[in-house]
Design a protein. Structure first.
Ligand code: SF4
Length: 96
């Protein structure tokens, strides 16, 4: 049986076409501060898209998104605007 490799190795084989003009993830920073959602988003995202800041705001690196939808499922209402990337953009899974 062939070895499958580690998860990071397999994810690295995926291909991303990043939409430089339109991010598919936006954070309402006021809502993020009010609900303290940053640490939760950091914890649930396997791709480490979110980085919580000391002031309660949240940095987003949408280019790494695996499009799993977990963050949208757990985020407090109003914190995230999330949709699939425009046609032709986003992740193409190869091994992950
Ligand atoms: S959809 Fe998944 S991979 Fe993308 S930002 Fe949300 S939790 Fe992370």
């Amino acid at each position: 049986m062939p070895l499958l490799g580690s998860v990071p190795e397999r994810l690295a084989a995926n291909h991303y076409d990043v939409d430089e003009e339109e991010s598919h993830i936006e954070v309402d920073q006021d809502a993020a501060r009010r609900t303290q959602a940053g640490p939760l988003l950091e914890r649930v995202c396997a791709a480490r898209v979110y980085t919580s800041q000391p002031d309660g705001s949240v940095l987003v690196q949408a280019a790494a998104c695996l499009e799993c939808g977990t963050c949208l499922a757990v985020a407090p209402p109003g914190v995230l605007r999330w949709h699939y990337p425009r046609g032709g953009f986003g992740i193409a899974f190869r091994e992950g």
